[in-house]
Design a protein around this ligand. Structure first.
Ligand code: FAD
Length: 117
């Protein structure tokens, strides 16, 4: 079957959105189990991402830049960095990772369940 660049890009946008939103919601004070879950997830993601060429390239990026799971900031910063590696390869503009702040909001409105919000 022919490659369909529109669908490939759409999948990419949806996936990045999901990944960055997940990073933005990663615990600020993760447990060892949270950190292991993220690491495992990314490893499995690299195996299972449905665009085979993309996944193959991304596995190489991951091998050189393993997930930083220390806390939320580390995860969000790491993911922004590896997304920029993909951007560079595809000749897309670099994203300023200092501006990631509240860019990704899941809209779930349930963060810090213990706090009044
Ligand atoms: P996207 O790169 O999809 O980004 C979406 C939005 O995220 C941008 O508009 C911007 O607002 C924001 N953003 C951009 N950079 C960052 C950043 N560094 N951090 C946080 N937010 C950011 N396509 C291919 O053709 N070949 C590939 O090999 C390939 N590999 C991929 C590997 C992975 C793991 C993924 C998830 C996708 C891959 N894609 C690949 C798809 C590609 O990365 C884009 O998603 C697609 O081309 C659409 O690009 P876009 O310009 O809409 O922006």
């Amino acid at each position: 079957k022919l490659e369909n660049a529109t669908l490939k890009a759409e999948l990419g946008r949806a996936t990045w959105k999901f990944l960055h939103t997940m990073a933005a919601r990663f615990p600020e004070k993760p447990t060892e189990s949270d950190r292991l879950a993220l690491k495992s997830f990314i490893g499995l993601f690299g195996r299972l991402y449905p665009c085979g060429d993309c996944a193959e390239h991304f596995r190489k990026v991951l091998a050189k830049n393993p997930p930083q799971t220390y806390d939320r900031n580390a995860v969000a910063g790491w993911l922004c960095y590896v997304h920029n590696i993909v951007n560079k390869r595809l000749k897309k503009p670099e994203f300023d990772c200092n501006k990631i702040g509240d860019f990704y909001d899941c809209g779930c409105g349930d963060e810090d369940k213990n706090k009044e919000k």
